[in-house]
Design a protein. Structure first.
Length: 280
C-alpha cells in the first residue's frame, strides 16, 4: 500500500516537472530569440536563435531616430495610463456598489454584464468603426480609450464584486455604528482590504493597450497616431523589407513600463489581507 502511494507521488511529481519544463521552454525560447535579435548588428533576415551576437544598442537608437517609434510609444503610454486610472476607478466603485447595496435591477444588470462579455471584440469591429465615423473619431485616442474602458468593465466588475464580497460585512456595520458615512466606510475601511485586486485590475488595464493590435489597427489609420502594437507590425508586414531587429528591440521596450508598474504594485499582490479582519 505504501509503495503504491509513493509511486503515485513520484509519478505526479515527474509529470508536474515535465509540464513546468515544457512550459518554460515555450516561454523562454521566443523570448531569447527576441532578445538576441534586438542586440544584433545590422538587420536580421529572420527570427532565429543564434549565440554569435555582437551586442550593441544600434537597433534601439535607430528606433527613435529612423522611425516613429517614439511617437507610437508615447501614444500608447498616454492611452494606457488614462485607461488604467478611469477603468480601475469605475470597476472599484461598481464592484463596491454591487457588493454592498441592493438597488433596482441589480441582478439583471449583472446578468447583462455577462451577456455582453460573451460577444467577442471581432464581432463588434464593424459597429465600432461606424461609431467612429459618426463621431469623427478615427485616429483619435479618446475613442480608443472609451472602448478599452467600456470593454473592461463587465467581467472585471464581476471579479471586483466577488473580491469585495470576501470582506466581512461586520466591518461596515461596526464603522456605521461609530458614525462613519458611506464614503468613509468605502475609503478607509473596505478599500484598503481589497488592494490586491485593485492592483491586479490596474495592471490588466495598463497592459491592454500595449498588447492590443486588432482594435487599434482598425481605428487608427495615420502612422503618427499608431500605438506600438500597430507600429511594430509595419516592421514585419513587408516580406521583402522586414526589419526584424527593430521589431525585436521595440518589443523589448514595451516590457519596460509594464515591468515598472508590476514592481511598483507588487507589494499589494498579497492574499489574505482580510483574514481575521473582523476579529479583535
Amino acid at each position: 500500500m505504501n509503495n503504491s502511494i509513493k509511486l503515485k507521488r513520484r509519478l505526479t511529481q515527474t509529470l508536474t516537472y515535465l509540464y513546468l519544463i515544457g512550459l518554460s521552454i515555450v516561454i523562454i525560447y521566443p523570448l531569447l530569440i527576441t532578445i538576441m535579435s534586438a542586440f544584433k548588428a545590422g538587420n536580421v533576415a529572420a527570427f532565429k536563435l543564434d549565440s554569435n551576437i555582437d551586442f550593441n544598442f544600434d537597433n534601439f537608437k535607430g528606433l527613435f531616430t529612423e522611425t516613429l517609434y517614439g511617437t507610437w510609444y508615447l501614444n500608447t503610454l498616454i492611452i494606457a495610463l488614462i485607461t488604467m486610472v478611469v477603468q480601475t476607478s469605475i470597476i472599484v466603485l461598481a464592484g463596491y456598489a454591487y457588493s454592498r447595496y441592493n438597488f433596482l435591477a441589480r441582478k439583471q444588470s449583472l446578468v447583462f454584464f455577462l451577456i455582453i462579455q460573451m460577444v467577442p471584440t471581432m464581432a463588434a469591429l464593424t459597429a465600432f468603426f461606424v461609431m467612429a465615423l459618426m463621431l469623427n473619431a478615427l485616429n483619435h485616442s479618446w475613442f480608443l480609450i472609451f472602448l478599452y474602458v467600456g470593454g473592461g468593465i463587465p467581467m472585471n466588475a464581476w471579479l471586483m464584486k466577488g473580491y469585495f464580497d470576501t470582506v466581512p460585512m461586520s466591518l461596515d456595520e461596526s464603522a456605521k455604528l461609530d458614525g462613519a458615512g458611506h464614503f468613509r466606510r468605502f475609503w478607509q475601511i473596505v478599500l484598503p482590504l481589497v488592494r490586491p485586486m485593485v492592483a491586479v485590475q490596474a495592471l490588466w488595464a495598463f497592459m491592454g493597450p500595449f498588447g492590443d493590435y486588432i482594435l487599434s489597427s482598425f481605428l487608427l489609420r495615420e502612422k503618427e497616431y499608431f500605438t506600438v502594437a500597430v507600429g511594430l507590425q509595419t516592421f514585419v508586414s513587408n516580406v521583402k523589407n522586414m526589419k526584424i531587429a527593430y521589431f525585436s528591440a521595440g518589443a523589448i521596450l514595451i516590457a519596460l513600463p509594464i515591468c515598472t508598474l508590476f514592481f511598483f504594485l507588487q507589494k499589494n499582490f498579497v492574499s489574505g489581507l482580510t483574514s481575521g479582519g473582523d476579529k479583535g
